[in-house]
Write a protein that binds this ligand. Structure first.
Ligand SMILES: C[S@@+](CC[C@H](N)C(=O)[O-])C[C@H]1O[C@@H](n2cnc3c(N)ncnc32)[C@H](O)[C@@H]1O
Length: 337
């Protein structure tokens, strides 16, 4: 079975694909950058339009098999790089002038369902959680990170009010023996969370999110990815981001506000004017959500949020507020283990 057939068989649902296509209009042709190739759903849909080229990136080496299949099918119009999107500038020529740069953040359904990767609570395999090209694994973090730091990570990156209690339980356990599997970690967290039955989601959900974000430095990646995309785009190029949790969405929202035409508009009753100090035109401040039909067909899409903005020709710059807005995320994820 080739990778395209594999994709169809595993019922891969690219999230908010119809909205993405209607924003980037691939029927007009041009070059598109898919920063989160995954199972190749977006790339494949764009390449169906004859005048298009796609340059795709993914940090996960297991996505290479899907990329190989598209490379075979579209040898002149598709290129793939196994790379982190924070390194966009290393794989894309600065004068490429893409029509759009697209991010569909988080994990693919393939990564989530692969028990060996350790992203799921039931995984009896090693506590890994690496998307690819990582400095450390979840095993390293859970077993070695300073207890107070671990509590902060769980609290902030997981939005978990019981961060301290959970970090204490983890610390007690690991002082006797190392925590080796995701299942073991989930059960320690379940023990730490009181009133277990009251929770609709697995009580370990927020802690797992926090550890996964930290292991993959997802927020730092996102900020550097957005900067890279903003530097690359010009001339009505579109920056489009689909995110899945509030920390990511907050970063995208702040980034767009910082660089957009809306920033200096004194009143919402006045027409939106482009200022010299903007890089993007925000068509709307509102985010887009999947429709009910999509959520019914693919429950994973329920938390998706799409934001996009259109680049002008002003040169890239760092606004004075940039550091204030984003430095804390770098600090939080940059901690040593
Ligand atoms: C939600 S999936 C994308 C699904 C894709 N749009 C599709 O239609 O098949 C996210 C993908 O982004 C990749 N990814 C996440 N963070 C990344 C990063 N910083 N650099 C490169 N790839 C990343 C993951 O490995 C995963 O394969």
């Amino acid at each position: 079975m080739n990778a395209t057939m594999l994709l169809e068989k595993t019922k891969h649902h690219p999230v908010m694909l119809d909205q993405v296509l209607s924003i980037i209009s691939p029927q007009r042709g041009g070059t598109f950058i898919d920063c989160t190739f995954g199972g190749g759903g977006y790339s494949q849909a764009i390449l169906k339009f004859p005048g298009t080229k796609v340059l795709a990136i993914d940090r996960d080496k297991l996505t290479q098999k899907y990329a190989n299949s598209l490379e075979k099918k579209f040898p002149k119009r598709f290129n793939f790089f196994q790379e982190k999107f924070s390194n966009l500038h290393k794989v894309v020529k600065q004068n490429l002038n893409p029509r759009a740069v697209i991010f569909d953040l988080g994990l693919s359904s393939f990564q989530l369902s692969d028990k060996e990767r350790g992203f799921s609570f039931e995984s009896k395999n090693s506590l890994n959680m690496e998307m690819g090209i990582n400095k450390y694994s979840a095993y390293d973090v859970i077993n070695n990170l300073d207890k107070e730091y671990l509590a902060t990570i769980i609290k902030i990156l997981g939005d978990e009010k019981d961060g301290k209690i959970i970090a204490n339980k983890i610390d007690q356990y690991r002082s006797k023996k190392p925590i080796k599997t995701s299942q073991e970690l989930a059960s320690i967290i379940n023990n730490a969370k009181k009133n277990y039955n009251k929770y609709k989601k697995n009580p370990a959900t927020k802690t797992f999110q926090a550890i996964r974000i930290f292991v993959n430095q997802e927020l730092t990646e996102l900020i550097l990815g957005l900067i890279g995309a903003a530097k690359l785009l010009s001339n009505e190029g579109i920056l489009i981001v689909v995110s899945f949790h509030s920390l990511e969405d907050q970063i995208v929202k702040n980034f767009f506000n910082l660089y957009s035409n809306l920033r200096k508009n004194p009143s919402r009753y006045l027409p939106i004017k482009e200022t010299k100090s903007s890089l993007f035109q925000l068509v709307s401040k509102k985010l887009l959500r999947p429709d009910v039909k999509e959520i019914k067909e693919n429950i994973r899409s329920r938390s998706a949020k799409l934001r996009y903005a259109i680049r002008n020709n002003n040169s890239f710059f760092y606004p004075s507020e940039f550091k204030n807005k984003f430095a804390n995320y770098f600090k939080l994820e940059g901690g040593r283990i």
